[in-house]
Design a protein around this ligand. Sequence first.
Ligand code: PEP
Length: 254
Amino acid sequence: MRKKIIAGNWKMNKNFEEGLALASEVVNMVKDEYQGGAHVVLIPPFTHIAAISKLISDTQNVSSGAQNCSNHASGAYTGEISTEMLKSIGATYVIIGHSERRQYFGEHNDWLAQKVNAVLGSGLNPIYCCGETLEERESNSHFSILETQIKDGLFHLDDNQMKQVVIAYEPVWAIGTGKTASTAQAQEVHAFIRGLISAKYGNELAAQITIQYGGSVKAENAAELFAAPDIDGALVGGAALQSRSFVDIIKAMP
Ligand code: PEP
């Protein structure tokens, strides 16, 4: 059975106090209300990770993560945060290549491949994001765009490294727009991605890779998405900023 993962990407939201309150509400609600098998990952801004990691430290199936990291191990890179720093404050997952990083900060596949290496080198798990723009979907080039993102960012990894990777399919046109990909559209892409992995690494390894969907996931559409055979959870933005809406999404995963 593949690991099912529901991750909440808070982006640049919540001050420290608000962030701790949200994390503690989520943890308490998960303990009280959730008997399912999903793993929950809280991904706050860097400044909150240490305190949140401490807060969740004795809660099973809840981890913390970071939204980005440096591709360098250490040195004169003002403003950057290394994977060893993240590890030392308890983060276990790192989002790599979110579409906002690709779009606003010029992160490209080669650079992202280096970040994936840094994350794996510190024994952490990358959540590697891929996804097409609306223009790319409408011109029917989404499969080739996704193939390039996956191959350039990940296919230099060996089998053991690849097994540590989580993939998030996030169509850019569905992020923060309220437009969700239909379950059929998402499943089609997830099966395509798993097929790429299978062609390179074999069926057995491909069957173990968690592929999350992201893009306006809410409690109302989560259960249908999670019922699709290749959708193994969600990377949630807006709806992760409130405990009730986030926990209701978690509860949609059996
Ligand atoms: C995201 O930022 O990864 C995301 C999926 O955002 P939203 O859920 O708000 O569309």
